[in-house]
Design a protein around this ligand. Structure first.
Ligand SMILES: [Zn+2]
Length: 71
């Protein structure tokens, strides 16, 4: 994994994309591979989830540079 430069693709890699069809409208979501939570497919939401996720390994958190986030 690359170091120093967090990439959005690295964040997305921690999730499985899926969509929910509701009344003819599709909402795109991501499911956390670690805890199974569903998160709205917005990069800020995904990052925020990984920061709070109890099952997400701390070493991965560091490699994604999430620890320097404003949160
Ligand atoms: Zn999670």
């Amino acid at each position: 994994m690359s170091r120093g430069r967090p990439s959005l693709a690295d964040v997305w890699q921690q999730f499985e994309p899926f969509s929910i069809g509701l009344h003819g409208r599709y909402t795109f979501c991501q499911r956390c591979k670690f805890c199974g939570s569903n998160v709205v497919d917005l990069i800020d939401q995904l990052k925020e989830h990984l920061i709070k996720c109890a099952d997400f390994p701390a070493n991965l958190k560091e490699s994604l540079d999430l620890t320097t986030s404003k949160f």
